[in-house]
Design a protein around this ligand. Structure first.
Ligand code: UT7
Length: 332
């Protein structure tokens, strides 16, 4: 079985820390409510950097950590659900910012599951032998999508970026389970188009559905309870399935890095997985939910803390809008 070698990781933390206390200045909430319901104490927002600039900063940090330069990169994959442009894609903008040349650049959007999907795509490209060194970046500037009048959702999310440099890993296990339940898309969405003033031709309304889109649907809309229930079941079941596929047991796993959505979701899923708390990395108290950036930011922090050691078996697990889910197990 051949997988991947993560050569290095990096992250970018935006400049503005927004504490729960600061949230009480514009919505009816409290530190006590947010902390006890979500585990989040603070999150970062990026008032001064576009998403592609955050992505490029994380990418440069990952290259440095991996001991590589932009010229070594022969493929760039960016996962984001909050791009600055419809086109070009973020990966092309990152390519320009870091000074990589000519390599293919693609964006992936599977919302918060984006990093796990992107790593899987990287692994498959590496297995073909067509590419040697792939940069995977997950970057999210969710703050412009947030409805700051909606106290049920605005307290959860933050901005951030994480990146890894990956190469082929000979004789290194890699197993994954990916999936989606598109019929649940209304549980978490943000519409891309809002065109209230579209012209009428010959009296005919065109793109009526776009014209009729309520403005609030162009901000993040969430059925928190539906997402919560899906998340607990989907994460536990994805880990169970990927363990079965690998022939490993949860005792064989050294580290679990879950999507950092809500401490209660993580704890409930962990209980179903029967995994010890001390194997699980949590940083949502400081970052909130940064969507697809959560997991590579966690990888970067774990490396900086010296907690990732070669040979460790790591399990990533996440879920997100779609609704999507995924889990993978690899050897670091
Ligand atoms: O990457 C995926 C992203 N999404 C998620 O992970 C969301 C998953 N869902 C959740 O994390 C939880 O459902 C929430 C944290 C969003 C909400 O927690 P909950 O325990 O499901 O609360 P709730 O929606 O049932 O609301 C309970 C009460 C309500 O008041 P009433 O109707 O009981 O009087 C809400 O209006 O809490 C109220 N409430 C708040 N109160 C203070 C909702 N948000 C807030 C708030 N501060 N920020």
């Amino acid at each position: 079985m051949n997988g991947i070698t993560i050569l290095g990781a990096g992250s970018y933390t935006p400049s503005l820390a927004v504490t729960n206390e600061m949230m009480t200045e514009f919505i009816d909430t409290s530190d006590e409510w947010i902390s006890s319901r979500t585990g989040i104490k603070s999150r970062y927002m990026s008032p001064d950097k576009a998403n592609y600039e955050m992505a490029a900063k994380a990418a440069k940090a990952a290259l440095e950590n991996a001991g590589k330069t932009a010229k070594d990169i022969d493929f760039i994959i960016v996962s984001t659900c909050s791009p600055d442009f419809f086109y070009p894609n973020m990966a092309c903008l990152v390519q320009k910012q870091i000074g990589a040349e000519g390599c293919p650049c693609i964006d992936i959007n599977s919302a918060c599951t984006g990093f796990i999907n992107s790593l899987d795509i990287a692994r498959n490209y590496l297995a073909t032998g067509d590419y040697k060194t792939i940069l995977v970046v997950s970057s999210e500037r969710l703050s412009p999508q947030i409805d700051f009048n909606d106290r049920g959702s605005c307290i959860l999310f933050g901005d951030g970026a994480g990146a890894v440099v990956v190469e082929y890993g000979e004789n290194k296990p890699y197993y994954s389970i990916l999936g989606a339940e598109g019929d649940m898309f209304e549980a978490l969405f943000c519409k891309a188009n809002y065109k209230p003033n579209f012209p009428k031709f010959d009296g005919n309304e065109i793109f009526k559905e776009l014209c009729d889109t309520p403005e609030k649907q162009c901000y993040l809309q969430m059925d928190g309870k539906a997402v919560y229930k899906f998340a607990v079941d989907a994460m536990a079941s994805a880990v169970d399935k990927v363990l079965n596929k690998s022939g490993l047991t949860i005792e064989d796993i050294d580290l679990v890095i879950p999507h950092q959505a809500n401490i209660r979701i993580i704890q409930s899923a962990l209980k179903k997985m029967k995994v010890d708390d001390d194997k699980v990395f949590i940083n949502l108290q400081d970052h909130g939910n940064t969507s697809s950036a959560c997991i590579p930011v966690a990888l970067s922090e774990l490396m900086a803390q010296g907690r990732l050691k070669r040979g460790m078996k790591v399990c990533l697990v996440g879920f997100g809008a779609g609704l999507t889910y995924g889990a993978c197990i690899f050897e670091y």
